[in-house]
Design a protein around this ligand. Structure first.
Ligand SMILES: [Mg+2]
Length: 293
């Protein structure tokens, strides 16, 4: 029995098939659709862990349903197991071509069906874990360095007009680790990341790119706007209080270096200028925002 109940969407136009499947899959939460149109709707809304999809259905057959599911970003990763009466190679080949991950034949073999479902759900969870690890920082849960460069390059390629890079560094972070130990340092990093994340808009790219270094790529209409944004972030961190055990409160400040993309910039040169601005202000006493054009 799965610990947290997983949801399976059964799509079949034949009531007896549905009844048999409900009986076999009683360890799961089940949602049912009796035609392709409603299957697409339910899959979009309920985000099931797996879909059992009948091939032969009136109006829209299973192949077409699967093809559409695989074309929508929010349903494309849901594993689809086809249900089929036919075992001819053509129909099976087609099931894989449209994006099916497996198929089962009628009449159902309960233990085999359950085993196949378990395997596919396990694989799907593994893939989403891997995807998370590849894109997010394990500690702060914001984007990691690899994902930052992937997405930053995309933003840069799209349009570099009014595009800004911000490099952020926690001031004297080493002292926190030295004074309180690394577990507390980690708590500070988490709190700082969460605070900055809350300050940026959803179109901004924000990531942890190094130990105590964060970066933002964003679009802003004016120099005033980007300065305000950075002042807001800087101030929010200045006001942040990280509570650790025994009533001790740790406070930190950050320094932000900003650069605006120009016509000759590459992403690297833009980030380099933001980094230069950051180091310039480190020399000027920290807890500052410096904009270098
Ligand atoms: Mg049918």
């Amino acid at each position: 029995m799965p610990e947290a109940k997983q949801t399976i969407l059964i799509v079949d136009d034949t009531e007896t098939n549905i009844d048999i499947l409900l009986d076999i899959l009683n360890a799961y939460d089940i949602v049912v659709a009796i035609d392709g149109e409603s299957a697409l709707e339910i899959a979009s809304e309920d985000n099931p862990d797996l879909i059992l999809l009948d091939i032969m259905m009136p109006n829209m057959d299973g192949y077409e349903v699967c093809r559409r599911l695989k074309n929508m970003s929010h349903t494309k990763d849901i594993p689809v197991i086809f249900i089929t009466a036919s075992t001819d190679e053509d129909s099976i080949e087609r099931a894989y071509e449209v994006g099916g991950i497996d198929y089962v034949t009628k009449p159902f073999k309960p233990r085999e069906l359950t085993a196949r479902i378990k395997t596919q759900i396990k694989l799907k969870n593994l893939l989403s874990d891997l995807n998370f690890i590849a894109s997010y920082d394990y500690l702060t849960k914001v984007y990691n360095r690899r994902k930052f460069f992937e997405l930053a390059n995309k933003m840069f390629a799209q349009e570099n007009e009014k595009l800004f890079a911000i490099m952020i560094d926690i001031d004297k972070f080493k002292k926190i680790n030295d004074a309180y130990g690394h577990p507390i340092g980690d708590e500070v990093l988490k709190a700082v990341a969460a605070t900055i994340q809350a300050c940026v808009s959803k179109d901004d790219l924000f990531a942890r790119i190094g130990g105590e270094e964060f970066a933002i790529i964003c679009r802003c209409n004016s120099d005033e706007e980007i300065m305000q944004k950075n002042e807001f972030i800087r101030q929010s961190i200045e006001e942040l209080e990280v509570n650790i055990e025994n009533g001790i409160i740790v406070k930190v400040t950050i320094s932000n270096g900003i650069a605006e993309a120009n016509d000759t910039d590459t992403l690297d040169s833009l980030l380099k200028r933001a980094d230069d601005a950051l180091y310039e202000e480190k020399g000027e006493g920290r807890n500052k925002v410096i904009f270098r054009n």
